[in-house]
Design a protein around this ligand. Structure first.
Ligand SMILES: *[C@@H]1O[C@H](CO)[C@@H](O)[C@H](O)[C@H]1NC(C)=O
Ligand SMILES: *[C@@H]1O[C@H](CO)[C@@H](O)[C@H](O)[C@H]1NC(C)=O
Length: 384
């Protein structure tokens, strides 16, 4: 009896809400654009800024590498993990020992530097920040359309994650009359891109910065792709500057309108209304989703509130590659890491954060994203 009442009540509330939305949509006005300011984020004087495009090569000094080698050789031993816990208490220190051994004895930065430098790289100052980017043009373009494509990474990623896919995009593929020309920047505060020196550079402002960046590179229309923060950025860029964007690809889409929450809730009673059978297990039961989020989103709370406090680089980053690639891998001894990655590839990414000392600045995007001067729901309202 109670169940029937609850379902009835849920049905009633939902119907009223849908009715409200319908009425609202009739009188709905597109909200005004948020304030889009070309804020100066950099440390230098705006009037003296050199805004030319400069070729760039990664070339880390011997001192930085010697210092790292010393640290790896003199690291304090880790506490052994509890028996049988695999990666359920964070990264397992047996695995971490293997990774650190590999880093100390086999990982060869000078060789990796050559690998990193295989693609042309540049820097250009946008709104006072030197932005580092790869710019790879197709070698063969005969009878082919060349499509500019901006690729945006997230946290704890870097331009490294695109190295394998770049040749697939920039070389002609059978049955396709186009190739891509790819532009792959490091987000501000990440890797070889400069970080803001004043507060406020959240996703909305980074979206503006990359719109200006593409303008500076002389692209008036282009494709965009992003995941993680890159996914948030492509959503904002496409919403605010649709005239510039030919197409969007996101590997982290989210919808956070009031209606989406109602649908999510409704779906826990009637999942068939909301999502096809094959994908149902990804959303429901909601209890599982929420406990997963509680378990795996602690980092977000820390980074959103105390981004300048966190240390312990390799463990902190590589742990994410276990649970974010497949939550079940935390029950494997080796964290499943070598199913998809090599220690070299994982350490490449860690090294970008290490040699540029950018972990702290990379995490500030979380606190800025929850701060003032963000879209305040405006982006979502455009998408209704
Ligand atoms: C890296 O910099 C050093 C010292 O500044 C220089 O001697 C060396 O040739 C550079 N290497 C490359 C690959 O540019
Ligand atoms: C928000 O934007 C206003 C106007 O540009 C600026 O004065 C203020 O400092 C910004 N606040 C934050 C927290 O970034």
């Amino acid at each position: 009896m109670t169940t029937v009442c609850v379902i009835g009540l849920v049905g009633l509330v939902t119907s009223i809400y849908f009715l409200y939305l319908k009425v609202k949509s009739i009188f709905y006005k597109i909200p005004p654009h948020p304030k889009l300011e070309d804020t100066w984020w950099g440390p230098r004087d705006q009037s003296k800024e050199d805004s030319s495009i400069k070729p760039f090569k990664i070339n880390i000094s011997d001192e930085v590498l010697k210092d790292l080698q010393f640290r790896l050789e003199n690291a304090l031993p880790f506490q052994p993990p509890l028996e049988g816990v695999k990666h359920n208490y964070g990264i397992n220190t047996n695995l971490l020992n293997n990774i650190v051994d590999f880093w100390r004895t086999k990982y060869n930065w000078r060789e990796r530097e050559k690998f990193f430098n295989q693609y042309p790289q540049f820097t250009v100052s946008v709104q006072g920040l030197n932005i580092h980017y790869l710019h790879v043009k197709p070698t063969e373009t005969k009878d082919l359309k060349v499509l500019p494509l901006l690729l945006l990474h997230g946290w704890p990623g870097s331009v490294r994650e695109f190295y394998e896919i770049i040749p697939l995009l920039t070389t002609p593929q059978k049955g396709r009359n186009f190739v891509f020309e790819v532009i792959v920047p490091s987000l501000p505060g990440y890797g070889f891109s400069e970080a803001a020196v004043r507060p406020g550079l959240g996703p909305l402002q980074i979206a503006i910065l990359f719109k200006n960046f593409m303008e500076r590179l002389d692209y008036s229309k282009y494709y965009i792709q992003g995941g993680d923060w890159g996914g948030a950025l492509v959503k904002i860029i496409a919403t605010l500057f649709p005239e510039k964007i030919i197409g969007v690809h996101s590997n982290m889409c989210d919808v956070r309108t009031p209606l989406s929450y109602v649908k999510l809730f409704l779906g826990s009673f009637f999942p068939f209304l909301i999502v096809s059978k094959e994908h149902r297990h990804r959303m429901y039961p909601l209890g599982h989703r929420f406990s997963f989020l509680m378990l795996e989103s602690g980092y977000m709370h820390i980074q959103a509130t105390k981004p300048d406090t966190i240390v312990g680089l390799a463990a902190y980053i590589i742990e994410k590659f276990i649970t974010w690639t497949n939550p079940e891998w935390k029950d494997l001894d080796d964290g499943g890491l070598t199913k998809k990655y090599t220690f070299t590839n994982l350490l490449d990414n860690v090294m970008i954060y290490w040699v540029t000392r950018s972990i702290t600045t990379s995490m500030r995007i979380y606190s800025e994203a929850f701060g003032k001067n963000q879209s305040g729901g405006v982006i979502e309202r455009y998408n209704i």
